[in-house]
Design a protein around this ligand. Structure first.
Ligand code: ADP
Length: 309
C-alpha cells in the first residue's frame, strides 16, 4: 500500500487565487507535488482553500497565477489529457434523479468517448456493491448508494488520479468503512489519491501524506509519520473531572478547561509533576486517558489563531 513510484502525478507551483468578491487570497503561493501511488489528505479548517485548490487542479476554477501539471500534462496546453488523468468525486450529490444507475454510468462513459464500456461498468459496479442497483432510478437510492454512484462515475475512464472531496460527509459508519476499504484497494493498485476530509482519524487511517492548508497557505506538507513527529515531545491528557484545572497545573498546558471534559497538552518531562497534581484531586476524576498526539491534535495546534507554534 501507498507505494510511491517517483512518477509525478500532481505538480502545483506557486498557485494563487483571489475571488473578485473576496478581499483575501483563497490560495496564497501554494506549491506541492504528489508522486504516483501516494495517498494524501488535504486538511484545513472551513474556508482554508481546500475546495478552491481541488477546483483549480481539476480545471474548474481559473487560477490567478502559478502552474499546474497533472500526470505530466500542463493544465493550459493539454486540457483533454489532463482531464482524462483525473477522476473527481465532488462533495455535492448532483446526479440526475430520473435516470437509472446504468444509464448514468453509460452516459458518463460516453462523455469520455468510451463506447462499449459495459464490462468495465459492471466491474466497477460490482466492486462498489452497486451491481444490484443498476436498473434502479437514482431518486430511489439511499444517500450512501448515491455516493457509491459518484465514485463509480469518477472511475469509469480509468483515471490515474482520484480526487475525493469530503467523500464520507454525512455517511454512516458502515458505508464509511466500506469506502475506506475500496479507496485503500484502489491505492494499493497504484492509483494516486488526494482526499479532503473533516474526519481527521480518516486522514490518519488512510493517508501516507498530510497537506495542511490554512488561510490559503500550505502550512504543512509531510509524510504522515513526520507530520506526527512535529508534535514534539508532548502528550495529550484527557480527563473527566469537575474541577478547575488551572488551580493545580500551569495554564499553558490547558487546552480545554470548560465543562467536565478537560484536554491538556503536557510536555513529557512534566508528566510526573502532572501525576502528583492529579493525586490531589483523584477522588474527583471519573476518567483519564493519556495518549500521543494524533493528526487531530496537530491540526488544532497548527491552525489555531495566535497558537503556541
Ligand atoms: P474550504 O474548501 O477549505 O472550506 P474554500 O476553497 O471553499 O475553502 O474557500 C476559500 C476562501 O475563498 C474562503 O474565504 C471562501 O469564502 C472564498 N470563496 C470560495 N469560493 C468562493 C466564490 N465562489 N466566490 C467568492 N469567494 C469564495
Amino acid at each position: 500500500m501507498n507505494a510511491a513510484s517517483g512518477e509525478q502525478m500532481i505538480k502545483v507551483e506557486n498557485l494563487s487565487k483571489k475571488y473578485k468578491e473576496n478581499s483575501k487570497l483563497a490560495l496564497d503561493d501554494v506549491s506541492f507535488e504528489l508522486q504516483k501511488g501516494e495517498f494524501a489528505a488535504l486538511l484545513g479548517p472551513n474556508g482554508a482553500g481546500k475546495t478552491t485548490l481541488i477546483n483549480v487542479i481539476s480545471g474548474v476554477v481559473v487560477r490567478d497565477s502559478g502552474n499546474v501539471s497533472i500526470a505530466g500534462y500542463n493544465i493550459d496546453q493539454n486540457r483533454v489529457e489532463m482531464k482524462t488523468a483525473i477522476g473527481i468525486v465532488p462533495q455535492e450529490i448532483a446526479v440526475d434523479n430520473f435516470f437509472t444507475v446504468r444509464e448514468i454510468l453509460n452516459l458518463q462513459s460516453g462523455y469520455y468517448g468510451m463506447r462499449n464500456n459495459s464490462d468495465y461498468i459492471a466491474y466497477i459496479a460490482e466492486r462498489l456493491s452497486l451491481a444490484d442497483k443498476m436498473n434502479s432510478v437514482v431518486r430511489s437510492l439511499s444517500g450512501g448508494m448515491k455516493r457509491r454512484l459518484l465514485i463509480a462515475k469518477a472511475l469509469l475512464h480509468k483515471p490515474k488520479i482520484l480526487i475525493l472531496d469530503e467523500p464520507t460527509a454525512g455517511v454512516d459508519i458502515n458505508l464509511r468503512h466500506d469506502l475506506y476499504r475500496f479507496v485503500k484497494e484502489m491505492n494499493g493498485e497504484g492509483m494516486t489519491i488526494l482526499l479532503t476530509t473533516h474526519y481527521l482519524e480518516e486522514a490518519e487511517e488512510l493517508c501516507s501524506r498530510i497537506l495542511l492548508i490554512d488561510e490559503g497557505r500550505l502550512i504543512a506538507d509531510k509524510p504522515k509519520k513526520e507530520f506526527l513527529k512535529m508534535a514534539g515531545d508532548f502528550l495529550i491528557v484527557k480527563l473527566s473531572v469537575n474541577f478547575d484545572m488551572s488551580k493545580i497545573i500551569d495554564s499553558s498546558m490547558i487546552r480545554e478547561n470548560k465543562g467536565i471534559n478537560k484536554i491538556l497538552e503536557v510536555p513529557k518531562n512534566k508528566i510526573p509533576e502532572l501525576i502528583s497534581s492529579l493525586n490531589q484531586i483523584k477522588e474527583k476524576i471519573d476518567d483519564l486517558n493519556i495518549s500521543s498526539p494524533g493528526v487531530e491534535e496537530l491540526f488544532v495546534r497548527l491552525t489555531e489563531k495566535g497558537g503556541r507554534n
